[in-house]
Design a protein around this ligand. Structure first.
Ligand SMILES: Nc1ccn([C@@H]2O[C@H](COP(=O)(O)OP(=O)(O)OP(=O)(O)O)[C@@H](O)[C@H]2O)c(=O)n1
Ligand SMILES: [Mg+2]
Length: 454
């Protein structure tokens, strides 16, 4: 009975996420014109290259309205890297006059063409995906592999999966999201024979989960210790799910189970909660009885794939450092927009002025004597002997979170290099009610923080 309900829901959503004939026709036309223009630009240059359409619009797995055309220009594998970059950019700018340069492993041009967002990416035409000179060289092999295997029904199920993963915030292999890439979704859907078998299988996964569609099983793969391993059919040495985090895999399992238990179309629509005002943040904090602290600074000028891993490391470092100093970190988050923020909710606002500091066992003569002499003529209580050791009670260095966050000890935390430089330039510490000020810029993020969903 539930089975029928789930099928009925999937049929309706499948319909909703299938681009209509008009969109498909417009796309085909744009791809043709774009390919022509690119081939002409190649012909103008003293280099040989072919043009291939890759990515989800080549495989019929894009979501309606989300139209990016990934067009690759393949140069001979022996071409020097700087020539590839030079020709690649020149061709990109000729085809997309208003385009701008972006940087993956090498620079490429991205811009608008007939209302479609185009990435024009230079790569090397290598013999096999295992011979790649740069990561993007694999992409044409992905398309080649999936082309003959993804029929229209599977492509429709890929779109269902992308829609669900987007709704729960885990679609995308960028380092901010650390979720599922399009290619990963395609391989998983193919491996299971559709969306429904995929989620029905996912509800019982016990990570680490491993799929090896082409049975490569080569020893190289033994090194993968990721929660989900999908051995790239086109390149045995690569785990397609390498960036997927443990958290996001578990999220997918939760929502797969949730959808099977309670089939409904709304599962495919993102939740949107209204941004919190400063007053609402204060009310939340009062209800929770926690002590929020925040370090706010100018974000370093980095692309997201560099910024977010550094923010994440800094967040964890600061939360752990506060926890180790007795302030009980409950939960924390990092936000970035105009400013960047490391936000930590603590359970303890203040520690006693005096802290206990244990020395070596009295029996360890040299160490013990050194410890005793170091503290003997100070304002400390002790040294006294307890359980065979010297102990002193001394003035605590950081009696409050603020004293720690405003001290140089903050820089002993493992921060990313650029975050460390940004903090060295300037930062502000907010404690308690002062953190409500963050609502101006991060009201929406705070709304999600205070109403966490799986
Ligand atoms: N981390 C990544 C990102 C991209 N790709 C390759 O580059 C292609 C284009 O990338 P992208 O546009 O990000 O993904 P799509 O598959 O096109 O999915 P969509 O645009 O629908 O999100 C992918 O299909 C894949 O073959 C990859 O191998 N690894
Ligand atoms: Mg794409």
């Amino acid at each position: 009975m539930t089975d029928d309900a789930l099928d009925a829901v999937l049929t309706r959503v499948r319909d909703r996420v299938t681009p209509d004939a008009e969109e498909r026709a417009r796309l085909d036309e744009a791809v043709d014109r774009l390919t022509d223009a690119t081939e002409r630009a190649v012909a103008d240059r003293p280099v040989e290259a072919d043009v291939v359409h890759v990515g989800s619009t080549a495989r019929g797995t894009w979501l309606p309205g989300d139209r990016d055309i990934d067009l690759f220009v393949r140069f001979p594998p022996g071409l020097p890297r700087e020539d590839l970059e030079h020709h690649g950019l020149a061709i990109g700018h000729q085809v997309l006059p208003d385009g701008r340069e972006e940087y993956a492993e090498h620079p490429y041009v991205t811009g608008d063409f007939d209302g479609f967002a185009v990435d024009l990416v230079p790569c090397f035409r290598v013999e096999r995906a295992a011979d790649v000179r740069s990561a993007v060289d694999r992409t044409p092999f992905h398309t080649q592999y999936l082309d003959s295997r993804l029929d229209a029904a599977l492509a429709a199920d890929v779109r269902l999966a992308k829609q669900l993963l987007s709704a729960i915030g885990v679609y995308g292999s960028d380092l901010r999201t650390r979720g599922f890439s399009g290619y990963l979704v395609e391989l998983l859907t193919l491996e299971h024979g559709g969306f429904r078998p995929l989620i029905e299988s996912a509800v019982d996964w016990h990570p680490p989960v491993r799929f090896d569609p082409e049975g490569h099983g080569t020893p190289q793969n033994e090194g993968f210790d990721d929660p989900l391993v999908v051995v790239d059919p086109t390149d045995p040495g690569r785990n397609v799910a390498a960036v997927l985090s443990t958290t996001n895999l578990a999220r997918f399992q939760h929502y797969a189970r949730d959808l099977c238990a309670d089939p409904r179309e709304s599962a495919f629509t993102p939740d949107s909660s209204a941004p919190l005002s400063a007053a609402e943040v204060r009310t939340e904090l009062e209800r929770r009885g926690t002590i929020p602290v925040a370090v706010r600074f100018d974000p370093p000028d980095l692309v997201d794939d560099q910024l977010y891993p550094q923010l994440e490391r800094s967040r964890r470092g600061v939360a752990d450092a506060l926890d180790r100093r007795g302030f009980d970190s409950l939960r924390s988050a990092a936000f970035a927009d105009e400013s960047a923020v490391l936000f930590v909710e603590l359970g303890v606002a203040e520690r006693p002025r005096i802290e206990r500091h244990e020395g070596p066992p009295v029996s360890a003569r040299d160490h013990a004597t050194a410890f005793y002499e170091k503290y003997a003529d100070t304002d400390c209580y002790g040294p006294f002997v307890e359980g065979g050791r010297y102990v002193v009670e001394r003035e605590r260095t950081f009696p409050s979170p603020r004293t720690f966050l405003e001290s140089d000890a903050l820089f002993d935390v493992a921060l990313g290099a650029d975050v460390e430089r940004a903090l060295a330039a300037d930062y502000t510490v907010l404690v308690g009610d002062e953190t409500a000020r963050l609502a101006d810029e991060f009201g929406a993020k705070l709304a999600r923080y205070f109403s966490p969903t799986p």
